[in-house]
Each structure stands twice: as C-alpha cells, then as structure tokens.
Design a protein around this ligand. Structure first.
Ligand SMILES: Nc1ncnc2c1ncn2[C@@H]1O[C@H](COP(=O)(O)OP(=O)(O)OP(=O)(O)O)[C@@H](O)[C@H]1O
Ligand SMILES: N[C@@H](CCO)C(=O)O
Length: 326
C-alpha cells in the first residue's frame, strides 16, 4: 500500500467522432489532475474555476469510484484526501465525467499498488458510464474503438495520425449528457442503422490506415447528431460546411454542445476554417471558446509532480490567455 500522495493526469476525450455513437473515442491534450492520499478524515478540495456544483462530501464521484476500486481489490480505505483541478470544462462534451471516473480509478489503484489490472479498471469505468467511448480514450489514450454489451467491454486502441489536429468550439452553455440522450429515438429504421454501421466502419479503417482524405466521407452520422441539432444552434451549418472550408471532417463532440473539426495540421486553410466556425456560431448568437487541440496518445497516468494543485491551476490559467493559436 502507498502511504504518500499520488497525482494522476487524465486527458479529456471526444466521443463518437460522428458515426461511432457510443463506440469511438479519442483522447485530447486537455487535462484534469487528481491527487489522492489515504487519510484519517475525508477531505475534498477543488482548485481553479469551473467546478461549481461538484460535491465536497462522500457523494463526490471521485470518492465513490475510489471506493469501488478498494472493494474490488478486497481492501478498506474509507477516508481519503482528494484534490482536483481540471482544465476540461464540465458538461460540454469533452468527457469531464469520464476524466473524473478514470482519474479516480487510476489514483485509487496506485494507492493499493496497482492490484487491479487495466482491464479491470476499464470494466468498472464502462459499467459506470454505460458506454466505453470516453472512458476508454481517457484511460488508454489515442483512439479507442470499443463496445460494452452490458456485461463486458472490449476495445482496440489506435494511434492517431501524427498530422491530425483538432479544432473545437466550446459553447458557453452546458448540456448534460442525460438531456442530450433523452432526445434520441429508441428505435431506428434499418437503413439508418446500416448508414451508421458503414460510415463508422469506414471511419475506423481510415483512422487505422492514416487515410485522411476518406474522413470527410466517413464522418457522417444519422443516429444522434440530427436529433441533437436543435439543442445546439449553429451545429448543423458547421457540420455541413466544414469540409468545404478545409476540415478533414467535423462532428458533435460526445453529447455536445462542443463541436469539433479534424484538420490536417499541414493544411493552409486552418484560418479559413476557424473563421467559418466563428461566424457560424456568431450568426446563431452562441458564445463559443475556440481552441486548437491535438490528439493525446497517452492515457491517464501517475505523474511525479510535487507542485501544489493551487499553483498548477494558476499556471494553467496563465497559459489559457494565449489559447486559440496553433
Ligand atoms: N472532477 C469531477 N468530480 C466530480 N464530478 C465530476 C467531475 N467532473 C465531472 N463530474 C460530473 O460529471 C457531470 C458532467 O457529466 P456529463 O456526462 O453530463 O458531461 P461530460 O462528461 O462533460 O460530457 P460528455 O460525456 O458528453 O463528453 C458533471 O455535472 C459532474 O456531476
Ligand atoms: N456516446 C455518448 C457520449 C457522451 O457521454 C453520447 O453521445 O451520448
């Protein structure tokens, strides 16, 4: 058992990538950090802005998930110190809940000398989220293709193409995953299912072989994005016009409201695409934060960093002033 404090760095994630509803995810270079230590009395500290509403008692998701790890390993550690700082905006479609779950799993497992395997952690995470796309990407990094059938989750990890960049527009409003799932139909016509199956399969093949030119054809969806469009003014126009403005493909990120475009980092139409993204949301009076990100190849990991989370939060907010350039 580790008696000291462990720190875990967890990447954000984007789920679905268009047609891969609930089965495709990619990690992004935007992070959350969780500190965890065995304690005499439970204490939870949140650093930085943007975590309003996250509970500070034992109903906190990170605390609850840590207890699941201990229970699975046959250990009892009911009292914990938990510190958290996250640069991943909550409830925006960038996998904040998955980052909390995965961070809790990896940190708690580190405290008990990694008694659980990565596969055990992945099973717990998929069971909790009920779809393995965000948690798989945050846990393993890169692109994760996965299923969860209600009992077991299986996955294969792909390495993202080194020239792929990701342009995101993060609206200022929140959209809970539950709300964005409630607008989806419970039954779909066979033709629509075939449409998504074929596009999702082609997208995975394009990502696996580095065929960037095929992404614009493959990154099309009929299962969830059309039904969610009314919740995100501007999304439909951006998805329809992104390729003409230089994107490799575009999609709603997870359950939204963030939208993203995959971009060839060597392309000279990046500014044109960013301008199109800005003007589309501006026309719909939706305030967005625009950021250039990259796929993250590394999953959640314990890091040796002894600076306080308070100073990490300060450092990150200074960096955020320069955001937006690539
Ligand atoms: N660090 C955290 N600690 C505790 N709870 C958290 C933390 N991060 C997120 N959550 C919980 O997860 C909720 C957001 O989950 P939700 O699935 O709606 O959005 P998301 O994960 O940001 O987006 P998506 O799943 O579409 O990518 C928050 O409202 C909060 O309850
Ligand atoms: N695949 C999920 C991701 C959000 O957690 C959805 O689109 O609802």
């Amino acid at each position: 058992m580790t008696t000291g404090r462990v720190r875990v760095q967890i990447p954000a994630s984007t789920a679905n990538l268009g047609p891969g509803f609930d089965c495709l995810g990619m990690a992004l270079n935007l992070y959350a950090w969780i500190d965890m230590e065995l304690a005499h009395t439970t204490r939870i500290e949140l650093f930085g802005d943007g975590m309003e509403g996250v509970p500070l008692d034992k109903t906190n998701l990170v605390y609850e998930v840590a207890q699941m790890v201990f229970a699975e390993a046959g250990e009892q550690h009911p009292e914990l110190y938990i510190g958290m700082y996250s640069d991943i905006p909550l409830t925006r479609g960038l996998g904040s809940s998955a980052s909390a779950i995965v961070g809790a799993l990896v940190a708690a497992n580190a405290l008990i000398d990694n008694k659980l395997t990565d596969d055990q952690l992945f099973q717990i995470a998929s069971r909790l989220e009920k779809h393995p796309d965000n948690v798989g990407a945050s846990l393993f990094g890169g692109i994760v293709v996965a299923y969860w059938d209600g009992e077991r989750a299986e996955y294969i990890r792909l390495t993202p193409h080194p020239d792929m960049a990701v342009l995101v527009a993060i609206p200022s409003f929140q959209l809970a995953t539950e709300k964005a799932r409630n607008v989806l139909p419970q039954h779909v016509p066979l033709g629509e299912a075939v449409y998504n199956l074929s596009h999702s399969s082609l997208l995975v093949a394009a990502l696996a072989t580095g065929n960037l030119g095929m992404i614009r054809h493959a990154m099309q969806d009929r299962l969830h994005q059309p039904h969610r469009a009314a919740l995100i003014p501007g999304m439909a126009e951006f998805l329809a016009g992104a390729s003409e403005h230089g994107a490799l493909g575009a999609a709603l990120s997870g359950a939204g409201p963030t939208v993203l475009a995959l971009v060839d980092a060597r392309s000279n139409s990046k500014e044109q695409l960013e301008a199109f993204l800005r003007s589309t949301f501006h026309q719909h009076q939706v305030e967005v934060e625009i950021r250039w990100l990259l796929p993250e190849g590394r999953g959640a990991e314990v890091i040796e960093d002894h600076t306080s989370l308070a100073s990490l939060a300060e450092r990150m907010s200074a960096v955020s002033i320069d955001r937006g350039s690539y």
